[in-house]
Structures are given as C-alpha cells and as structure tokens.
Design a protein around this ligand. Sequence first.
Ligand code: ADP
Length: 492
Amino acid sequence: MATVTETAVVPVPKVRQTKILIGGEWRDSVSGKTFDTVNPATEEVIASIAEGDKEDVDLAVAAARKTFDSGPWSTMDARDRGRLIMRLADLVESNAAELAALETLDNGKPINDSMAADIPLVIDCLRYYAGWADKIHGDTIPIRGNYFCYTRREPIGVCGQIIPWNFPALMAAWKWGPALATGCTVVMKPAEQTPLSCLRMGELALEAGIPEGVINIVPGYGPTAGASLVKHPGVDKIAFTGEHLTAQIIMKDAAMTLKRLTFELGGKSPNVIFADADIDAAVAGAEFGLFFNQGQCCCAGSRVFVQESIKDEFVEKLVSRAHERTLGNPFDTGTSQGPQIDQAQFDKILAYVEKGKAAGADCLTGGTRFGNKGFFVEPTVFNNVTDDMPIATDEIFGPVMSILSFKDTDEIIRRSNNTFYGLAAAVWTRDVAKAHLYAKSVRAGTVWVNCYDVFDAAAPFGGFKMSGMGRELGEAGLNNYTELKTVTMSLD
Ligand code: ADP
C-alpha cells in the first residue's frame, strides 16, 4: 500500500501578493471583500485574497484598453517587446524555487513536479514566445490588376484570460506568452482555488519592465469576476481553459459582443496498448499518463485500452506500480502524489468510485481516502470496465484509471472515438504502420506514440470536438491573438 512520508524537506514559502493588479497598482477590491485560498494538503487557510467582481473587472479592462489603445506596448518595436518577455522568463527562472513552492502550497502538487515540470515549462513557454515577437508578419499577395496587396497581422486587442487550478503558473504562461508577443494587453482571472503563483508572476512582470496596464490580474470567482470579463464590451477576445460546461456558458455570454473565443477543455483520452508494445514502457506510460498531477490533467489517459492477449500481465504490473506511488506531504521530495484540489473534487472522485463499483467494474486497488487530513485519494485502478460505464465516459479529473480490453485495430479506432471529447490519445506499439494508422484515425488534437504527456511550447495543443476550439502553443497559438488585415494599394 502507499506509504506516508513525514519529512518536509522544502520550506513553505512566504506569500507576498494577495491583491488585484490593475494598471501597475496592487489594490483591494472595490467591495473590500476577500476570499480564502486553502492548502489542499492540510485544509488550512493560506491567505485571504482580494475578491474581484464586476467593478474591479471594469477598472482592469479600462486599464488594459487604455494601455492597448495608447501604446507603448502595442506600438513598441517588436524586438524590444520580445526582450521584455525574455526578461520576465529570466526572472521566473531566478525565482523558480519560490514559485515552485507557491504552486505546491496552493495546488498541493508534489514539489518535485513543480520544480521539474511546471516552472521549467513556464520559463520555456515565455522564452519561446519572446522569440516570436519580431517574427510575426503578413504576406504580399499577387492579386489581379495594378495593385500592391499585402497582409498585416495585428494584435487582437484586450484579451480576457480565464485559467483553471491544475497548472496555475503554466496556464498563465501559455496565455501570456502569445498575447504579449503579439502586442495584446491582458486581464487575467486565475482560478479561485489557486491565485498565488499568478499574482507573484504579475509582480515579476512589472519588475521585468513590462509596462503598467499590459498585464492586469483580477482574482475572484467564475460566475462573478469571470462572467463580467466575458460580457465586457471592452474585451476583444476570451481565452479560456476549464470545463466544457463552463465554455458553453462563456460562449453564450460572449455572443452579444461576438468576441473571439479560444477554448481548451476536458477529455477522456484513450491510451491504447497493443500486444506488440514494449509492455514495461507502456505500463510506465499508463501510470504517468493518468496519475501525473493527481489525475488532474485535461489530457489524462483515463481510458486505458489493452489488447486482450497481454491484459493480465499489464494489469498485474500496473497495479504493482500504483502501489509504489508515495502519497503524503507535497513539500517532501519523496512524495509522488499530493492531494486533490478541494473538497468538491475529492467528493466527486469518490462518488465516481462508487459508480464504477455499482456498474460492476473491479476495483483492484485504491478507491478510498488516504490519511485523515487533506484531500488525498489513493491511486485507484478499475479493471473489466466497459464503454458504457460512467467511469469510462465521464471526465473524473482524479487518480482513477479505467482499464478496458480490445481485440483488433478497427475496433479500437471506433471505440477510441466513441466520445464527445477529442483532446488527446496515445498508442503503444512497435508496428510503425499501425501507429500511423491509429494517429491518422483518432479524432484528437494530440496523439502520442510510445510516450505520454510530452509537451513543448512549439507544439500546438488543443481539442477536436467538445475538447476545445483553436490551439494553444506553437505558431498556431500565436495566430489566435492576431487579426489579419488586408491592405490593397493602387499602383496607377
Ligand atoms: P474546473 O472544474 O477546472 O474548476 P471551471 O470551468 O469551473 O473548471 O473553471 C475554470 C475557470 O473558469 C476558473 O477560473 C473559474 O473561476 C472560471 N469560471 C467558472 N465559471 C465561469 C463563468 N460562468 N464565466 C467565466 N469564468 C468562469
């Protein structure tokens, strides 16, 4: 069984910033209200945060609008803009230990993951987009007649950015990177569960010399601060990461002002293991693909399909790896799994465990709370799951793996696509043709072959179907932050 680890080897960081950032100033909310952010490992309050609502969003949008419309950001030489983004990346790097610890404090993720994954990916994303700033250009187009025709890629304007709690700093970087590179200004609403790292990054952005009003941050709740941002006529675009049900509300709320929308939403990603795969690599990939970040990844490989002839061996190895996971204090470098984000997620996950059992799936390990403090859930593996069970159809967003079996390639392609989601998929095989056939046939925005969760700032990420709209990262991510203008000049 999972073992408790006792020693906190990394010190808990000091919280420096709890206010709203508007036009370069840190302010209390107009209402004076605050909300608490809670440490999910201890259930204790970490800090009270200024609670933004419509009035604060109005001020933040006014600041972002003024900065966008009057410069200097959008009119600055693009190379200089790139240098400032680069400076922010450098400051994140020199404060990496503090930011990683803040992330672990607020989100509960193991310090090893914050240090090795979240913060390095933040730095990489900012540097990648800093490099783009002076490489965004249009085309010259040979139109009919005596004209000179060219296109310009111009910043879309004020961008409302609404992010979730599972990778708080990284989601901020994915959204700031392309917005800043293109010359947009930003009003960001971090998730109410995890505002701390985003607020600290806001301080670093000012220290880097990114002008006041370029990045504004309004912590608060979704239906109040978030919805006000979505409805605001001064906002040109909303970039949102979260649940598809929230995206549906945002789409309706954005309809009156016809805002540009990009969504990165949920998934029920298939992780397919053929009998000819390197089984140990596939077991490790299935464990990582589902349990990483406590199962709180939109692209989690939560439907593990194993070809019949190797299923028993696979299941035995997988369960033994699940037993080796170490739950406990996320500040302990020996911990591989921290708590879930909050009571609501914890309750939802355990309710799905009961649904899985009621539907007749075999719970081979886990399915219970770990310890008596914090929102910890034991790594859980269900075997003999069928496609119609709730644990096979619904996004659980927790450490609950469903193992299903399949016979052949046609069948697994059909069953992989039997979902309204389409964010990611993975396939494990030594047969190159089979890998490419699967990659071509699966309706998902990302396909990993003999690997899982390989992310790079240069590689586009986003969903087919109800897993999203538009792409983040890469050049594709940039284009969602520009308007394309066509200029035609008579040469007569
Ligand atoms: P999750 O289940 O990951 O919390 P949500 O979609 O509920 O996913 O939340 C993601 C982000 O969207 C959070 O910052 C949240 O506050 C925000 N949010 C929730 N509801 C709304 C809404 N109606 N309008 C705008 N933002 C919202």
